[in-house]
Design a protein around this ligand. Structure first.
Ligand code: ADP
Ligand code: MG
Length: 393
Protein backbone atom coordinates (compact mmCIF):
# COMPACT_ATOMS: atom_id res chain seq x y z
CA UNK A 1 0.00 0.00 0.00
CA UNK A 2 1.25 3.46 -0.80
CA UNK A 3 1.53 6.18 1.78
CA UNK A 4 -0.44 9.41 1.58
CA UNK A 5 1.29 12.33 -0.09
CA UNK A 6 1.46 15.84 1.28
CA UNK A 7 -0.78 16.94 -1.63
CA UNK A 8 -3.46 14.51 -0.48
CA UNK A 9 -3.08 15.53 3.14
CA UNK A 10 -3.33 19.24 2.28
CA UNK A 11 -6.37 18.59 0.08
CA UNK A 12 -8.10 17.01 3.10
CA UNK A 13 -7.14 20.07 5.12
CA UNK A 14 -4.78 20.64 8.05
CA UNK A 15 -5.97 24.01 9.39
CA UNK A 16 -5.84 24.07 13.19
CA UNK A 17 -4.40 20.54 13.27
CA UNK A 18 -1.26 19.74 15.22
CA UNK A 19 1.06 18.22 12.62
CA UNK A 20 4.12 16.42 13.99
CA UNK A 21 6.84 16.59 11.34
CA UNK A 22 9.96 14.41 11.57
CA UNK A 23 12.59 16.16 9.48
CA UNK A 24 16.29 15.55 8.95
CA UNK A 25 18.04 18.64 10.35
CA UNK A 26 21.20 16.71 11.11
CA UNK A 27 23.57 19.35 9.75
CA UNK A 28 27.35 19.32 10.14
CA UNK A 29 28.44 21.58 13.01
CA UNK A 30 31.62 23.58 12.95
CA UNK A 31 32.51 24.62 16.49
CA UNK A 32 28.88 25.17 17.48
CA UNK A 33 28.05 26.93 14.19
CA UNK A 34 26.06 25.40 11.35
CA UNK A 35 28.60 24.27 8.74
CA UNK A 36 26.34 23.57 5.76
CA UNK A 37 22.60 24.27 5.94
CA UNK A 38 21.55 22.17 2.93
CA UNK A 39 19.41 19.87 5.05
CA UNK A 40 17.63 22.76 6.76
CA UNK A 41 16.87 24.33 3.37
CA UNK A 42 15.65 21.02 2.04
CA UNK A 43 13.23 20.67 4.96
CA UNK A 44 11.58 24.05 4.37
CA UNK A 45 9.58 22.89 1.33
CA UNK A 46 7.12 20.68 3.21
CA UNK A 47 7.08 23.06 6.19
CA UNK A 48 6.06 26.07 4.08
CA UNK A 49 3.19 24.15 2.53
CA UNK A 50 1.91 22.88 5.88
CA UNK A 51 2.17 26.32 7.48
CA UNK A 52 0.42 27.92 4.50
CA UNK A 53 -2.34 25.35 4.99
CA UNK A 54 -2.81 26.58 8.58
CA UNK A 55 -1.20 23.63 10.32
CA UNK A 56 0.29 23.97 13.81
CA UNK A 57 3.63 22.33 13.13
CA UNK A 58 5.62 20.50 15.79
CA UNK A 59 8.99 19.76 14.24
CA UNK A 60 11.41 17.08 15.44
CA UNK A 61 14.87 15.95 14.34
CA UNK A 62 18.02 14.38 15.63
CA UNK A 63 21.44 16.02 15.50
CA UNK A 64 24.66 14.05 15.82
CA UNK A 65 25.01 11.13 18.19
CA UNK A 66 24.29 12.24 21.77
CA UNK A 67 23.56 8.58 22.64
CA UNK A 68 20.56 9.28 24.88
CA UNK A 69 22.22 12.05 26.85
CA UNK A 70 21.64 15.77 26.93
CA UNK A 71 24.70 17.24 25.18
CA UNK A 72 24.48 21.05 25.01
CA UNK A 73 26.76 21.16 21.95
CA UNK A 74 24.19 19.05 20.07
CA UNK A 75 21.20 21.25 20.91
CA UNK A 76 18.85 22.14 18.07
CA UNK A 77 18.51 25.72 19.38
CA UNK A 78 20.85 27.23 16.70
CA UNK A 79 18.88 25.38 14.07
CA UNK A 80 15.63 26.99 15.24
CA UNK A 81 17.27 30.34 14.59
CA UNK A 82 18.50 29.41 11.11
CA UNK A 83 15.15 27.87 10.23
CA UNK A 84 13.41 31.08 11.31
CA UNK A 85 15.62 33.10 8.95
CA UNK A 86 14.93 30.76 6.04
CA UNK A 87 11.17 30.63 6.64
CA UNK A 88 11.06 34.33 7.52
CA UNK A 89 8.92 33.69 10.55
CA UNK A 90 9.23 33.07 14.24
CA UNK A 91 10.23 29.52 15.18
CA UNK A 92 9.46 28.62 18.80
CA UNK A 93 11.93 26.28 20.47
CA UNK A 94 11.20 23.80 23.25
CA UNK A 95 14.24 22.61 25.25
CA UNK A 96 12.44 19.32 25.96
CA UNK A 97 11.53 16.52 23.56
CA UNK A 98 8.26 15.33 25.15
CA UNK A 99 6.41 15.92 28.42
CA UNK A 100 4.53 18.84 30.02
CA UNK A 101 6.81 21.56 28.65
CA UNK A 102 6.53 20.25 25.09
CA UNK A 103 2.78 19.80 25.54
CA UNK A 104 2.37 23.40 26.75
CA UNK A 105 4.50 24.74 23.88
CA UNK A 106 2.45 22.76 21.35
CA UNK A 107 -0.81 23.99 22.91
CA UNK A 108 0.41 27.58 22.63
CA UNK A 109 0.78 27.33 18.82
CA UNK A 110 -1.64 29.21 16.62
CA UNK A 111 -2.61 28.19 13.09
CA UNK A 112 0.37 28.45 10.74
CA UNK A 113 2.89 28.55 13.60
CA UNK A 114 5.89 26.32 14.15
CA UNK A 115 7.60 24.79 17.16
CA UNK A 116 10.94 22.99 17.05
CA UNK A 117 11.57 20.36 19.73
CA UNK A 118 14.99 19.61 21.20
CA UNK A 119 17.21 16.85 19.72
CA UNK A 120 15.15 13.64 19.85
CA UNK A 121 18.31 11.60 20.49
CA UNK A 122 18.73 13.28 23.88
CA UNK A 123 16.09 10.69 24.84
CA UNK A 124 17.52 7.19 25.27
CA UNK A 125 14.20 5.78 24.00
CA UNK A 126 14.55 7.32 20.54
CA UNK A 127 16.92 4.83 18.93
CA UNK A 128 15.35 1.95 20.91
CA UNK A 129 11.96 2.84 19.44
CA UNK A 130 10.64 2.99 23.00
CA UNK A 131 6.83 2.83 23.36
CA UNK A 132 6.56 5.48 26.06
CA UNK A 133 8.54 7.98 24.00
CA UNK A 134 6.50 7.20 20.87
CA UNK A 135 3.32 7.81 22.95
CA UNK A 136 4.80 11.09 24.16
CA UNK A 137 5.25 12.20 20.54
CA UNK A 138 1.79 10.94 19.58
CA UNK A 139 0.22 13.03 22.37
CA UNK A 140 1.55 16.12 20.61
CA UNK A 141 0.05 15.19 17.26
CA UNK A 142 -3.19 14.93 15.30
CA UNK A 143 -1.26 14.20 12.11
CA UNK A 144 2.19 12.67 11.50
CA UNK A 145 4.40 13.61 8.56
CA UNK A 146 7.76 11.99 7.93
CA UNK A 147 10.11 13.99 5.73
CA UNK A 148 13.36 12.54 7.09
CA UNK A 149 14.63 10.32 4.32
CA UNK A 150 18.08 10.13 5.93
CA UNK A 151 16.72 8.15 8.90
CA UNK A 152 13.99 6.21 7.09
CA UNK A 153 16.16 3.08 7.28
CA UNK A 154 16.04 3.17 11.10
CA UNK A 155 13.10 2.04 13.24
CA UNK A 156 13.21 4.77 15.87
CA UNK A 157 10.49 6.29 18.11
CA UNK A 158 10.18 9.44 15.97
CA UNK A 159 10.27 7.58 12.64
CA UNK A 160 8.34 4.35 13.24
CA UNK A 161 6.91 4.24 16.79
CA UNK A 162 4.92 7.47 16.55
CA UNK A 163 3.81 6.78 12.98
CA UNK A 164 2.02 3.62 14.10
CA UNK A 165 0.15 5.56 16.82
CA UNK A 166 -1.18 8.40 14.66
CA UNK A 167 -3.75 7.26 12.11
CA UNK A 168 -3.54 10.37 9.89
CA UNK A 169 -0.08 10.27 8.39
CA UNK A 170 1.73 11.21 5.22
CA UNK A 171 5.10 11.29 3.47
CA UNK A 172 6.67 14.75 3.18
CA UNK A 173 7.74 16.17 -0.19
CA UNK A 174 11.42 15.50 0.37
CA UNK A 175 10.87 11.87 1.37
CA UNK A 176 8.58 11.29 -1.59
CA UNK A 177 11.00 12.92 -4.06
CA UNK A 178 13.86 10.79 -2.73
CA UNK A 179 11.84 7.60 -3.21
CA UNK A 180 10.76 8.59 -6.71
CA UNK A 181 14.30 9.35 -7.84
CA UNK A 182 15.81 6.28 -6.23
CA UNK A 183 13.11 4.05 -7.71
CA UNK A 184 14.68 4.84 -11.07
CA UNK A 185 17.80 2.94 -9.94
CA UNK A 186 15.72 -0.06 -8.92
CA UNK A 187 13.76 -0.05 -12.16
CA UNK A 188 16.26 1.58 -14.51
CA UNK A 189 16.26 2.49 -18.11
CA UNK A 190 19.29 0.52 -19.30
CA UNK A 191 22.20 0.61 -19.47
CA UNK A 192 22.47 1.29 -15.74
CA UNK A 193 25.92 2.40 -14.56
CA UNK A 194 26.67 2.16 -10.85
CA UNK A 195 29.77 3.98 -9.68
CA UNK A 196 30.91 2.96 -6.23
CA UNK A 197 33.83 4.35 -4.31
CA UNK A 198 34.73 5.62 -0.88
CA UNK A 199 36.61 4.12 1.94
CA UNK A 200 35.53 0.60 2.77
CA UNK A 201 34.18 -2.55 1.18
CA UNK A 202 32.80 -3.60 4.58
CA UNK A 203 30.61 -0.46 4.75
CA UNK A 204 29.11 -1.13 1.35
CA UNK A 205 29.25 -4.88 0.93
CA UNK A 206 25.48 -5.34 0.86
CA UNK A 207 25.04 -2.73 -1.86
CA UNK A 208 27.95 -4.16 -3.88
CA UNK A 209 26.34 -7.59 -3.71
CA UNK A 210 22.94 -6.26 -4.71
CA UNK A 211 24.21 -4.05 -7.55
CA UNK A 212 26.76 -6.44 -9.10
CA UNK A 213 24.08 -8.57 -10.82
CA UNK A 214 21.67 -5.61 -11.28
CA UNK A 215 23.84 -2.92 -12.89
CA UNK A 216 24.90 -3.32 -16.50
CA UNK A 217 28.21 -1.80 -15.46
CA UNK A 218 29.58 -1.62 -11.93
CA UNK A 219 32.62 0.68 -11.82
CA UNK A 220 34.56 0.61 -8.57
CA UNK A 221 37.00 3.31 -7.52
CA UNK A 222 38.18 4.83 -4.24
CA UNK A 223 39.91 2.86 -1.55
CA UNK A 224 37.52 -0.05 -1.90
CA UNK A 225 38.96 -0.82 -5.34
CA UNK A 226 42.17 -1.99 -3.64
CA UNK A 227 40.43 -4.81 -1.80
CA UNK A 228 39.05 -5.95 -5.18
CA UNK A 229 42.46 -5.65 -6.86
CA UNK A 230 44.09 -7.56 -3.99
CA UNK A 231 41.45 -10.28 -4.39
CA UNK A 232 42.50 -10.56 -8.06
CA UNK A 233 46.09 -10.99 -6.93
CA UNK A 234 47.26 -7.58 -8.12
CA UNK A 235 49.83 -5.60 -6.11
CA UNK A 236 48.31 -2.86 -3.94
CA UNK A 237 51.33 -1.51 -2.04
CA UNK A 238 50.28 0.27 1.13
CA UNK A 239 46.81 1.15 -0.22
CA UNK A 240 43.83 0.67 2.05
CA UNK A 241 43.01 -3.05 1.73
CA UNK A 242 40.66 -5.01 3.98
CA UNK A 243 42.32 -8.42 4.13
CA UNK A 244 39.27 -10.11 5.67
CA UNK A 245 37.08 -8.95 2.77
CA UNK A 246 38.93 -10.61 -0.10
CA UNK A 247 36.46 -13.49 -0.30
CA UNK A 248 33.57 -11.02 -0.28
CA UNK A 249 35.17 -9.11 -3.15
CA UNK A 250 35.55 -12.37 -5.11
CA UNK A 251 31.91 -13.19 -4.49
CA UNK A 252 30.84 -9.79 -5.85
CA UNK A 253 32.98 -10.37 -8.97
CA UNK A 254 31.44 -13.82 -9.46
CA UNK A 255 27.91 -12.46 -9.05
CA UNK A 256 28.57 -9.88 -11.76
CA UNK A 257 30.16 -12.44 -14.08
CA UNK A 258 27.34 -14.94 -13.59
CA UNK A 259 24.76 -12.32 -14.48
CA UNK A 260 26.77 -11.30 -17.55
CA UNK A 261 27.46 -7.83 -16.15
CA UNK A 262 30.57 -5.74 -16.47
CA UNK A 263 32.62 -4.99 -13.33
CA UNK A 264 35.34 -2.36 -13.85
CA UNK A 265 38.31 -1.72 -11.59
CA UNK A 266 40.93 1.03 -11.97
CA UNK A 267 43.62 0.39 -14.59
CA UNK A 268 45.81 3.25 -13.38
CA UNK A 269 46.34 5.06 -10.10
CA UNK A 270 47.68 8.20 -8.52
CA UNK A 271 50.27 6.88 -6.08
CA UNK A 272 52.14 8.55 -3.23
CA UNK A 273 54.55 7.52 -0.55
CA UNK A 274 52.67 9.27 2.20
CA UNK A 275 49.11 10.57 2.36
CA UNK A 276 49.83 14.30 2.64
CA UNK A 277 48.36 17.21 0.66
CA UNK A 278 51.70 18.13 -0.96
CA UNK A 279 53.09 14.61 -1.33
CA UNK A 280 54.84 14.11 -4.71
CA UNK A 281 52.68 11.77 -6.80
CA UNK A 282 52.97 9.61 -9.91
CA UNK A 283 50.57 7.83 -12.24
CA UNK A 284 51.11 4.05 -12.34
CA UNK A 285 49.23 1.17 -13.96
CA UNK A 286 49.77 -0.84 -10.78
CA UNK A 287 50.55 0.29 -7.25
CA UNK A 288 54.23 -0.45 -6.56
CA UNK A 289 55.45 -1.84 -3.25
CA UNK A 290 55.72 0.83 -0.57
CA UNK A 291 53.37 3.26 -2.35
CA UNK A 292 49.70 4.00 -1.83
CA UNK A 293 46.87 4.52 -4.33
CA UNK A 294 44.99 7.70 -3.45
CA UNK A 295 42.99 8.41 -6.63
CA UNK A 296 42.03 6.76 -9.91
CA UNK A 297 44.37 7.69 -12.76
CA UNK A 298 43.43 9.53 -15.99
CA UNK A 299 42.92 6.38 -18.05
CA UNK A 300 40.48 4.97 -15.47
CA UNK A 301 38.71 8.31 -15.25
CA UNK A 302 38.30 8.31 -19.05
CA UNK A 303 36.92 4.75 -19.01
CA UNK A 304 34.41 5.58 -16.27
CA UNK A 305 33.48 8.81 -18.08
CA UNK A 306 32.82 6.92 -21.33
CA UNK A 307 30.50 4.56 -19.42
CA UNK A 308 28.70 7.58 -17.97
CA UNK A 309 28.20 9.00 -21.46
CA UNK A 310 26.76 5.67 -22.70
CA UNK A 311 24.47 5.07 -19.71
CA UNK A 312 20.75 5.89 -19.52
CA UNK A 313 20.70 5.67 -15.72
CA UNK A 314 23.54 6.39 -13.28
CA UNK A 315 23.83 5.78 -9.56
CA UNK A 316 26.95 7.05 -7.83
CA UNK A 317 28.04 6.58 -4.24
CA UNK A 318 31.49 7.24 -2.83
CA UNK A 319 34.36 9.43 -4.07
CA UNK A 320 36.99 7.98 -6.42
CA UNK A 321 39.92 9.14 -4.30
CA UNK A 322 40.98 11.21 -1.31
CA UNK A 323 39.07 14.17 -2.75
CA UNK A 324 39.50 16.22 0.45
CA UNK A 325 43.03 16.92 -0.80
CA UNK A 326 42.98 18.92 -4.04
CA UNK A 327 45.87 16.97 -5.53
CA UNK A 328 43.89 13.73 -5.26
CA UNK A 329 40.47 15.06 -6.28
CA UNK A 330 40.97 14.86 -10.06
CA UNK A 331 39.43 11.40 -10.48
CA UNK A 332 36.34 12.35 -8.48
CA UNK A 333 36.15 15.62 -10.43
CA UNK A 334 36.40 13.88 -13.80
CA UNK A 335 33.67 11.42 -12.85
CA UNK A 336 31.48 14.20 -11.45
CA UNK A 337 31.84 16.15 -14.70
CA UNK A 338 31.05 13.05 -16.76
CA UNK A 339 27.92 12.31 -14.71
CA UNK A 340 26.83 15.95 -15.02
CA UNK A 341 27.38 15.95 -18.80
CA UNK A 342 25.63 12.64 -19.42
CA UNK A 343 22.06 12.57 -20.74
CA UNK A 344 21.35 9.74 -18.28
CA UNK A 345 19.08 10.15 -15.28
CA UNK A 346 21.50 10.40 -12.41
CA UNK A 347 21.30 9.97 -8.66
CA UNK A 348 24.19 10.66 -6.31
CA UNK A 349 24.03 9.46 -2.71
CA UNK A 350 26.45 9.53 0.22
CA UNK A 351 27.61 12.40 2.40
CA UNK A 352 31.11 12.68 0.95
CA UNK A 353 30.00 12.15 -2.66
CA UNK A 354 27.39 14.90 -2.37
CA UNK A 355 29.95 17.15 -0.68
CA UNK A 356 32.32 16.55 -3.62
CA UNK A 357 29.59 17.48 -6.14
CA UNK A 358 28.74 20.62 -4.20
CA UNK A 359 32.37 21.65 -3.93
CA UNK A 360 32.54 21.48 -7.71
CA UNK A 361 29.23 23.39 -7.97
CA UNK A 362 27.82 20.66 -10.20
CA UNK A 363 24.69 20.07 -8.11
CA UNK A 364 22.37 21.73 -10.63
CA UNK A 365 23.50 19.39 -13.38
CA UNK A 366 22.89 16.14 -11.49
CA UNK A 367 19.43 14.59 -11.64
CA UNK A 368 19.16 14.12 -7.91
CA UNK A 369 21.42 14.53 -4.89
CA UNK A 370 20.19 12.24 -2.17
CA UNK A 371 20.19 13.65 1.36
CA UNK A 372 20.45 10.21 2.93
CA UNK A 373 23.56 8.14 2.33
CA UNK A 374 22.70 5.01 4.31
CA UNK A 375 19.01 5.12 3.47
CA UNK A 376 19.69 5.54 -0.25
CA UNK A 377 22.05 2.55 -0.22
CA UNK A 378 19.47 0.37 1.54
CA UNK A 379 16.73 1.48 -0.84
CA UNK A 380 18.68 0.78 -4.04
CA UNK A 381 19.44 -2.68 -2.64
CA UNK A 382 15.71 -3.34 -2.72
CA UNK A 383 15.21 -3.22 1.04
CA UNK A 384 12.02 -1.92 2.61
CA UNK A 385 12.73 1.17 4.70
CA UNK A 386 10.93 0.87 8.08
CA UNK A 387 10.18 4.60 8.22
CA UNK A 388 8.46 4.38 4.85
CA UNK A 389 6.60 1.15 5.65
CA UNK A 390 5.23 2.75 8.85
CA UNK A 391 3.51 5.46 6.79
CA UNK A 392 1.53 2.98 4.74
CA UNK A 393 -2.07 2.11 5.60
P1 ADP B 1 30.19 8.56 1.07
O1 ADP B 1 30.10 9.42 2.31
O2 ADP B 1 29.97 9.35 -0.19
O3 ADP B 1 29.32 7.35 1.18
P2 ADP B 1 32.51 7.16 2.06
O4 ADP B 1 32.26 7.71 3.42
O5 ADP B 1 32.29 5.72 1.83
O6 ADP B 1 31.70 8.03 0.97
O7 ADP B 1 34.04 7.42 1.65
C1 ADP B 1 34.61 8.68 1.62
C2 ADP B 1 36.02 8.62 2.06
O8 ADP B 1 36.78 7.72 1.28
C3 ADP B 1 36.69 9.98 1.89
O9 ADP B 1 37.07 10.44 3.16
C4 ADP B 1 37.90 9.68 1.02
O10 ADP B 1 39.06 10.39 1.42
C5 ADP B 1 38.09 8.20 1.22
N1 ADP B 1 38.84 7.60 0.10
C6 ADP B 1 38.50 7.54 -1.19
N2 ADP B 1 39.45 6.96 -1.93
C7 ADP B 1 40.46 6.65 -1.08
C8 ADP B 1 41.75 6.04 -1.23
N3 ADP B 1 42.18 5.63 -2.41
N4 ADP B 1 42.49 5.88 -0.11
C9 ADP B 1 42.06 6.29 1.09
N5 ADP B 1 40.86 6.87 1.29
C10 ADP B 1 40.06 7.05 0.23
MG1 MG C 1 31.07 9.25 4.23
Amino acid sequence: MASKTLDELLAEGVRGQRVFVRADLNVPLDGGRIGDDTRIRAATGSLRRLLAGGARVILASHLGRPKGERKPELSLAPIAERLGELLERKVAFCPEVVGPLAQAAADALGDGELLLLENVRFEPGETRNDDALAKGFAELADVYVNDAFGTAHRAHASTVGVARLVSRRAAGDLLRAELEHLKVVREPERPLLCLLGGAKVSDKLAVLEALAPHADVLAIGGAMAYTFLAARGEPTGTSLVEPDRLDDARRVEEAAAKAGRKLLLPTDHVVVEKLEPDAPSEIRAQVPEGLMGVDIGPETAATFAAEAAAARTIFWNGPMGVFEMDAFAKGTEAVANAVASSAARSVVGGGDSVAAINRLALGDRIGHLSTGGGASLEFVQGKTLPGVAALED
